[in-house]
Design a protein around this ligand. Structure first.
Ligand code: FES
Length: 106
């Protein structure tokens, strides 16, 4: 499903989109678009209201740092759902089914 344009993300760096029942945060970090559940696994704060520091998404709630590729919280067991992103002719598409981690990412 098309959820944003690359141009828009280049400008805003992030965007909250609602796909079905899921709130998904899109982030443009280092030239790559990532899609991560916007709802923090800790206490449900909105990650798109957080900051990005050293390539990680920092939750505004309690500053947990998430890897945008794997959704993993630094130094913790918790993991934020992530979604596959596809870019086609400047349009950003997100697969609304959370992706499974590959064996290297686990
Ligand atoms: S709500 Fe995200 S770290 Fe606590």
């Amino acid at each position: 499903m098309e959820v944003a344009s690359l141009e828009e993300l280049a400008r805003r760096k992030r965007k909250l989109v609602v796909v079905g029942t899921q709130q998904i945060g899109l982030f443009l970090i280092g030239g790559t678009v990532y899609a991560v559940s916007d709802v923090c696994v800790h206490k449900q704060r909105s990650l798109t209201k957080g900051t990005v520091l050293n390539g990680q998404i920092i939750c505004p709630g309690h500053q947990w740092a998430f890897d945008p590729q794997t959704g993993r919280a630094a130094d913790r067991e918790e993991c934020q759902p992530t979604y596959d992103v596809r870019i086609e002719q400047g349009a950003v598409f997100v697969n609304p089914s959370p992706r499974a981690l590959t064996s290297e990412e686990r």
